[in-house]
Every structure is written in structure tokens, then in C-alpha cells.
Design a protein around this ligand. Structure first.
Ligand code: FA5
Length: 334
């Protein structure tokens, strides 16, 4: 029996496929198989040895079945592997007739962020469901400010929370979290109760903030100018006008020369030759203080722009609603 055991192991090593394995099984366990023969011999064994003999042959049979089964699994695994090699599929290979493309807002947002990352700004994130104090109070927006009115802001049922009306609360979050020098941009959706051809209840903004010891207004104007030239092209005209935001002092509004009439005056720029593209200013000392930054030691500048506005100007799109209708005739043009 020990010889048969060794023979099985030796034979199994030589088996290369399932047919050979079947032949091996027949050799030992088939009708005329070596183990089958041993089993049928049991009647010839003297009665007192029969029990021990039967036990040993059955153990041998179990051993043979187990080893054959192990080999079968091994061979099937190899076969599967072989088949898979032949059936390998390139999932990145696109066979459809139409390919998708990025939404014009996504494209514009990517371009804007690429420019700022190139200019060494880091990227920060903030939530769309925002705390009221981050969206208003810490930004020095007083309780009686019209932006805080129910007519302008989407408040949530949870006390003290709203849908952020701008990306400026990310300035607060960053200043509370990090110490200067800070040089960050943030992008995302914001919400207002606005609805007309150039205003949407949901739109995208990009926010920028720089805080350091020697930050000044010339750096702000330089940064904005460089960004707009990289975005619209070197020839674009940039103009700064004084303005008002509660969180910046002084505050500026930025206009670019109308891209349609080249500054001559047309319907789009309402005859002025210029189009407003963003707001900016030096961070108000009260905002720095609210975030635990000493305004005697540090100064900051910030800016905020509407992504739809830049996209509309860049691609000359007349109505903001076109972005959200998902009409393929529109989307396929980008
Ligand atoms: C702000 O939201 C300020 N937080 C920007 C800022 C940041 C100023 C940092 C100073 C320092 P404003 O409300 O003007 O400012 O909005 C900024 C831009 O968002 C606008 O120039 C406009 O392009 C865009 N925008 C405003 N409302 C809408 C709207 N309903 N739909 C589409 N775009 C809008």
C-alpha cells in the first residue's frame, strides 16, 4: 500500500491536463484499478486481519481521492488563467459613437484653478451648508445687512445654518485653521435667491486670500491683473473701481474691456465698454481680529469671482440658464 501511495504521488507530478488526470484515476480507482483490486481482495484476508486491512485500504482510497481532487483544482485554476489571458479586455477602449466632454463651467473652473495653482496658491475647501456666523458675522457683515434678508439667502431649518451665499466663509475657515503666511484659493457652489438672464439661484465662485506681513494693495492689483491676462489673453484691458464690501477695506470692483465691442460700447456692456468680473480688497482689520490674527502685524488681500460670469465672457454666451438646461446642442459646442 505504501508503494501505491508513492506511485500515486509520482504519477500526479507528471499529469499535465484533465484527460491525463482521468487516466490516473482509472489506474488506481477504476474498475480494474489498483486500489479497487485491493478492496475486492478483502474476502481473501484472514478474518482477524480483515478489519485492520479494510481500514488501511480505505485510508489509501481517501488519500488518492484527496490528491486527485487537489490536482484537479490546480489544473482548473491554470486553465482559467490561460483562458483569461486570451479573453483580456481593454476597459478603457471606448467603442460608442459619441464621446462626452467636460461641461463649460467645469472647463472654466479648471482653467481658473490651474492659473492660481501656477501662481503658487494652495487649494482649500469649505462646505455648502455653512454656519451663519462664518458666512456673515465673522466677515463683518452686520445683522441688518440686506444680504442677510430672507429675500436673498436660503436659510435651513436648523438654527444658525444656511446655504452659503459666497465662498468668502472659506477665508474664515482657513484663517481659523492656519497661521500666516496664507496664500489660498477655494472654489465651489454658492446659493442666492437670484434669478434673471445673468443671475442664477445656484452658481460657482472662486475665492482667493493672501495674508502676510507685507501684503499690500499693489500686490492685490498685480495678482488680479496677471490672473485676468492669463485667463483672457495679454491684450485684455483691466480697470479697478472703488467699491464696498463689509469684509474688505478699501474694496475694489474689477472690470475688463468688453470683449465683444472691444471697448466701443455695445448691448452686452450696456454702452460702457467695460464688464464687471470680480470683487476684491484689503481684508478688513476686524475680520483678521475675528480670526485671531493681529492686524498690526499682518495684512491681507482677498478676491472673489463668479465662474459663470467669466465663462459667459470667454465663450460669449448670452444667458446663464443655458449652463443648467443640459441641452446637448449647447453642451456639444465645448
Ligand atoms: C461676493 O460674493 C464677495 N464675496 C466677493 C469678494 C470676495 C469681494 C473677497 C471681496 C473680497 P458679489 O456678491 O459681487 O461679491 O459676487 C461676486 C461675483 O459673483 C459677481 O461678480 C458675479 O460675477 C457673481 N454672481 C453674483 N451673484 C450671482 C448670481 N446670482 N448668478 C451668477 N453669478 C453671480
Amino acid at each position: 500500500m505504501d508503494e501505491i501511495k508513492e506511485e500515486i504521488l509520482k504519477d500526479l507530478k507528471k499529469v499535465k491536463n484533465l484527460n491525463e488526470l482521468k487516466a490516473l484515476r482509472d489506474k488506481f480507482l477504476g474498475k480494474e484499478g489498483k486500489i479497487t483490486k485491493l478492496l475486492s481482495k478483502i474476502r481473501e484476508i484472514p478474518r482477524e486481519e480483515r478489519k485492520e486491512y479494510g481500514k488501511r485500504v480505505n485510508l489509501l482510497k481517501e488519500f488518492a481521492l484527496k490528491e486527485i481532487e487537489r490536482k484537479r483544482k490546480e489544473l482548473e485554476g491554470l486553465i482559467l488563467e490561460e483562458n483569461l489571458k486570451g479573453e483580456w479586455e481593454d476597459l478603457s477602449f471606448y467603442q460608442g459613437e459619441e464621446e462626452g466632454n467636460l461641461h463649460p463651467i467645469t472647463k472654466t473652473l479648471n482653467r481658473i484653478l490651474q492659473i492660481f495653482l501656477f501662481m503658487n496658491f494652495t487649494l482649500e475647501e469649505g462646505p455648502e451648508v455653512e454656519r451663519e456666523d462664518y458666512n456673515f458675522d465673522l466677515l463683518n457683515i452686520p445683522k441688518e445687512h440686506p444680504a442677510r434678508d430672507m429675500q436673498d439667502t436660503f436659510y435651513l431649518n436648523r438654527e444658525g445654518y444656511l446655504l452659503r451665499t459666497h465662498t468668502s466663509p472659506v477665508q474664515i475657515r482657513t484663517m481659523l485653521k492656519k497661521r500666516p503666511p496664507i496664500r489660498m484659493v477655494s472654489a465651489g457652489k454658492v446659493y442666492r435667491r437670484d434669478d434673471d438672464p445673468t443671475h442664477s439661484p445656484m452658481f460657482f465662485q472662486v475665492e482667493g486670500l493672501v495674508v502676510d506681513r507685507d501684503t499690500n494693495i499693489r500686490q492685490l492689483k498685480y495678482t488680479v491683473r496677471v490672473f485676468l491676462k492669463l485667463f483672457f489673453g495679454q491684450e485684455v484691458k483691466v480697470r479697478f473701481r472703488s467699491s464696498y464690501f463689509p469684509f474688505t477695506e478699501p474694496s475694489l470692483e474689477v472690470d475688463i474691456g468688453c470683449l465683444l465691442c472691444k471697448g466701443k460700447g455695445c448691448g452686452v456692456c450696456k454702452g460702457t465698454g467695460y464688464l464687471e468680473v470680480m470683487g476684491c480688497g484689503m481684508v478688513h482689520s476686524r475680520v483678521l481680529k475675528n480670526c485671531g490674527i493681529d492686524p498690526q502685524e499682518y495684512r491681507g488681500f482677498a478676491f472673489g469671482l463668479g465662474v459663470e460670469r467669466l465663462c459667459m465672457l470667454y465663450y460669449q454666451i448670452p444667458n446663464i440658464k443655458l449652463f443648467y438646461e443640459n441641452d446637448l446642442r449647447f453642451l456639444k459646442q465645448f
